[in-house]
Design a protein around this ligand. Sequence first.
Ligand SMILES: Nc1ncnc2c1ncn2[C@@H]1O[C@H](COP(=O)(O)OP(=O)(O)OP(=O)(O)O)[C@@H](O)[C@H]1O
Ligand SMILES: [Mg+2]
Length: 518
Amino acid sequence: MMNALEMWSNLGSVMAGLMFAWAMFKQYFPPQLRAHIEAYAQKAVGYVYPYIHIKFPEFAGERLERCEAYAAIQNYLSATATARAKRLKAESVKDSQSLVLGMDENEEVVDEFEGVKLRWSSRLVVSQNSTFSFYNSSKDTRFYSLTFHRSHRALITGSYIKQVLEKGKAVAADNRQRKLYTNNLSSNWHYYKSTKWSHVAFEHPATFDTLAMEPSKKREIMNDLLKFRRGKEYYKRIGKAWKRGYLLYGPPGTGKSTMIAAMANFLNYDVYDLELTTVKDNTELRKLLIETSEKSIIVIEDIDCSLDLTGQRKTKKQEKDDDEEKEDPVKKMAKDREDSKDSKVTLSGLLNFIDGLWSACGGERIIVFTTNFVDKLDPALIRRGRMDKHIEMSYCCFESFKVLARNYLGVESHPLFTTVRRLLEETKMAPADVAENLMPKSDDEDEEACLKGLIGELEKAKEDARKKSEEEEEEKKAAAAAAAEAEATAATRAMAEKEGQQKLSEGCAKEVKENGFR
Ligand SMILES: Nc1ncnc2c1ncn2[C@@H]1O[C@H](COP(=O)(O)OP(=O)(O)OP(=O)(O)O)[C@@H](O)[C@H]1O
Ligand SMILES: [Mg+2]
């Protein structure tokens, strides 16, 4: 029996022989003949060789664009297989917030799917072209190669590759640097490139953990968001576009904008902050919205102030004015000029976008309106189906205070909490004001000092509210007294007039009686 050393040396000789034959073959055979021989050789090998290779190049197409599949496989392997690879390569990938760890060139890993083993290898083919060019620095090509037994062809080319691409895209989405977009003035739009939105990295630190809100309400919103995110199949089944509208309403400083940031961080979505007052008309609105990407939250803050969306239905006076304009061309021109200065996005334009166009775009999208005055909004805008969930952001309750105390002071409980609780039940203070009072003003201000400061402010707010309600009560009383007095004066005057009338008619009657009609 051959010993191991002998076997290796024999194998080495065979390899050396093969390499020599290959070099001779490349040197002495003309390229066309070589291609023929190679094709036949591959066919012959195919009869006996039981494995299939699939190649996923990094760049493809006429313009050599980066292939989505390559990127997805890179992400998939970075998340699943690199734990097993020994040589890794760290790359910074566009739009990714951290480095992507991939296999180094010519490294291999084994993956398993439904009990079937398959092999991924990362390959780099170095260009043979040694001519110097100013324009093309490298013709090296990278690709991933997947190898598996031909008996599993259907399984691998069907389900396995599909799940690799899906998982890879999900990893990319999680690792993506999210963006905050704001709309540009249409005068700065260029038709040949996408300039409707400007963006910066979205790095708001708010999360549902740091959001001060009643825990049960918070949980309800989080569950609603999760249900929406997982609802692709559900929305498809019920024939509804995959979108959801939220209306956040409440007084200033109660956390509406903070909630939007927490939602975006929770879902890992981009945020499109749409400033409606700079949008000229419904057409522009449509163009802007069609350019938003999926997995995004489209935000219209202070919807009541953005436009006159509160009451688009014409009042009697507007109808009369319109009739007059139809008759008077000068008036009409003046009105047109006035209108062209203002934004002309209308309620119906916005509703069409929510119901129609947006639904056709597909992809998961959330739209959020915020307002301080929910009663001012047109009911058509906020009816269920358009704004599916109405969330009231209200003044600070004790539960919310506890979250803020944990965030700002790092305390879970304190003897002064009882006083804070009583005062919060007796007076209204927005979380923004509570938070402001919990922030130490100097280095030597400890948690007790901050809590005392807050208690002082709450007592002051309570006193102010008491005074205000007293003043209002006084004003009401004064108004009632004035009304009563005016009523009494009017009654006296009426009485006097009546008496005067009576006297006059009595006098007349007497005169007639004495003198008769003349
Ligand atoms: N519920 C909350 N939880 C945590 N922090 C809050 C909350 N509400 C307000 N704050 C703090 O107060 C600041 C202002 O809050 P925010 O801008 O979210 O209020 P808003 O409701 O959007 O007000 P406005 O109606 O004026 O736009 C935030 O930066 C945050 O620090
Ligand atoms: Mg706000």
